[in-house]
Design a protein around this ligand. Structure first.
Ligand code: GDP
Ligand code: IMO
Ligand code: MG
Length: 430
């Protein structure tokens, strides 16, 4: 391998966790570089299933280094809970194999409360966030009033910053949202536990990543969310508050762009979306319900049913071009088994024009009409296929057309949730 970024090309939940866990075998280090515990990455190993939110998906491979880098927002209580749960299940986690950036910003109780209060006040105009405080935490970072994890190393300083922050947040809670104010003392009681637990893990991840790169170690960058949830390039305002696009690998980790060798685009063989916002290929009929049930499309983080629809190659093409995707990793192809026909949108029609990328204006995107190509379905169980030859010709035709229309080769095909249920084609996945 070499340094490889794994990016979700759609609206998240493409199977990034499975693929990162699988590829960690070939890597030395796995780095989360943006997002927070809005992410839910599922790993299936034998009879065990692990749902990870903040801990990188390489953690099951005890000898590899897992890094939560600068661009991530960390809810300290959630992270501690996740580390404790994993440890109780026999996963080895210590400051030796988990490194957390002191520059990463903390999600504090007022961020979560603000996220929930805004969503409930917005009513029908809500974004459908995960309610984890992600937006408010990134807002404070951009406003330069956020608290970094390194602030936990000096609790007096931490306390004065919390006090200052609450002057403004409590004004919103009391006067705008009709809620009781939060108390500095309550937050500090938790903060003492966070500091005691997390201090040994907090470090300068820039130095660690730089050293690994200079020693020619293989670094795997684990994206969260997906390109259409990108705050700059996605379907704003129905997006998250960070950048899931490949450009953010450098910003969030501190490794220069020319040190990132390859970008893999994760593509679910159909499309899903959680939360509000336009979704041109959404299926509101029995086929959508069938895909949701067979694909078990219920959120890893919130348990919400995911909206499901046909594969949208316009969305994938946009991701390929935005992120410089070298190779596609197609997941959940097995879920399409048994459908008489399978569709793929290869362009959109809008006001008499044909579009090949997702339009930048949301009101345009909500009016586009997908132009579909229809493929014959397949009935064969493909979950034990390990080479392309073992896939039915109908499935291969579908994959070849996707590759051709978006302009990137297919490098990996996942045919089930387990590590081994994978066809690996591209050399750099090997
Ligand atoms: P992520 O957020 O991109 O890591 O994806 P999630 O973990 O939220 O959702 C993907 C779900 O699909 C998880 O439950 C995985 O175990 C499961 N999964 C991943 N790849 C496959 C596959 O090829 N086939 C099937 N049937 N399930 C898969
Ligand atoms: P993974 O990494 C799917 C969605 C939320 C909502 C919007 C904003 O598992 O693919 P936020 O809480 O981030 O402010 O919510 O983004 N969202 C995700 N959807 N997968 C995710 O992560 C998501 N993370 C956020 O549902 O629509
Ligand atoms: Mg997920």
């Amino acid at each position: 391998m070499s340094n490889l970024a794994v990016i979700g090309t759609q609206w998240g939940d493409e199977g990034k966790g499975k693929v990162v866990d699988l590829l960690t075998d070939r890597a030395d280090m796995v780095v989360r570089f943006h997002g927070g515990n809005n992410a839910g990455h599922t790993l299936v190993v034998g009879d065990s299933t692990y749902a990870l939110h903040l801990v990188p998906s390489g953690i099951l491979h005890g000898d590899k280094i897992s890094v939560i880098a600068t661009g991530v927002v960390v809810d300290p209580g959630v992270l501690i809970g996740e580390i404790k749960d994993l440890t109780a299940r026999g996963v080895e986690i210590s400051p030796k194999n988990l490194k957390i950036s002191g520059k990463a910003h903390a999600i504090l109780p007022y961020h979560k409360r603000l996220d929930e209060a805004r969503e409930s006040k917005a009513g029908d105009a809500k974004i459908g966030t995960t309610g984890r405080g992600i937006g408010p935490a990134y807002e404070d970072k951009a406003s330069r009033v956020g608290l970094r994890l390194s602030d936990l190393l000096d609790l007096n300083l931490f306390e004065s910053k919390v006090k200052k922050a609450l002057e403004e947040k409590n004004c919103l809670f009391e006067n705008l949202y009709g809620q009781k104010p939060l108390k500095t003392a309550d937050i500090m009681a938790e903060a003492r536990d966070w500091a005691a637990f997390l201090s040994p893990f907090i470090t300068d991840t820039f130095e660690i990543i730089q050293k690994a790169a200079k020693e020619n170690k293989n670094i795997l960058f684990e994206g969260a969310q997906g390109v259409q949830l990108d705050i700059d390039h996605g379907t704003y305002p129905f997006v998250t508050s960070s950048n899931p696009t490949a450009g953010s690998v450098s910003v969030g980790s501190g490794l220069a762009p020319n040190k990132i060798d390859k970008v893999a685009g994760l593509v679910k063989a159909y499309t899903s979306r959680v939360g509000e916002g336009p979704f041109p290929t959404e299926l509101l009929d029995d086929t959508g319900t069938r895909i949701r049930e067979i694909g078990r499309e219920f959120g890893t983080t919130t348990g919400r049913p995911r909206r499901c629809g046909w594969l949208d190659a316009v969305v994938v093409r946009t991701a390929v071009d935005l992120c410089g995707i070298d190779s596609l990793a197609i997941t959940k192809l097995d879920v399409l088994r048994g459908l008489d026909e399978i569709k793929m949108a290869t362009s959109y029609r809008l006001d008499g024009q044909e579009l090949f990328h997702v339009p930048g204006v949301l009101s345009d995107f909500s009016r586009v009409e997908p132009v579909y190509e229809t493929f014959k379905g397949f009935s064969q169980d493909i979950s034990s296929a390990r080479t392309m030859d073992q896939l039915p010709p109908e499935a291969k035709t579908f994959l070849n057309r996707l590759s051709e229309t978006v302009g990137a080769r297919v490098g990996l095909v996942s045919v089930g949730p387990e590590r081994g249920q994978t066809i690996i084609l591209d050399e750099f996945f090997k």
